[in-house]
Unconditional design. Structure first.
Length: 68
């Protein structure tokens, strides 16, 4: 059962260009909900947007042969 949950996550992380950076941003996003701040939800929104940006930033496909 746990393989069915972990395998898609590992496959998703393998396609990312910076999987460790995505993980760090996702952890910071979750931890930020438990730390009180002066302006509510501003930093959560920014961290969420950065995590979404890093999550959508995939590796580039191998380009085909270049023609002159």
């Amino acid at each position: 059962m746990s393989r069915m949950l972990i395998a898609p996550i590992i496959a998703f992380l393998a396609r990312l260009r910076f999987p460790v950076l995505f993980g760090v941003m996702a952890v910071l996003f979750v931890l930020n909900f438990f730390i009180p701040d002066v302006l509510p939800f501003v930093d959560e929104i920014l961290l969420g947007l950065v995590a979404a940006l890093l999550g959508s930033w995939k590796k580039r496909r191998n380009p085909g042969p270049r023609h002159l």
